[in-house]
Design a protein around this ligand. Sequence first.
Ligand SMILES: [Zn+2]
Length: 135
Amino acid sequence: MASSAEVKKYLAYWLQLGKKIIIPSRNLSLCPSNIIQFDRYSVEFEECWALISDENTGDCYLEGTIQTIQELLSPKWEISNCARCAMPVPMIQMGIQPEGCVCSDVEGWPNEELPKPREPINSKERLQNIKKSLS
Ligand SMILES: [Zn+2]
């Protein structure tokens, strides 16, 4: 089962590649331009997440996918890594896997020359790791 942290990370990664979140019932598409701010997710992304993870918002989709965010948060799904580009993708635990990858409609992806989407870096932890590797 995908945890909400995993689903959040999944969205954060794809939004960094320029995908949108679609909310058909509200005729809305969200594309926060800033996802990461230093060692945390941006306020813009957090607000976006609060809206889409709220059941009252109704169905929300990542652009180009058929699974709703609510479905991904159910026990039926988990988040795994794409075999082609190693990005987080939804996998069904039982039943028929979704066809194609989330990345199949991203032009020129995977692209080794582009900076890879990432998670917020915890700078304190990072510093400690650097210290550790130096000693
Ligand atoms: Zn892929």
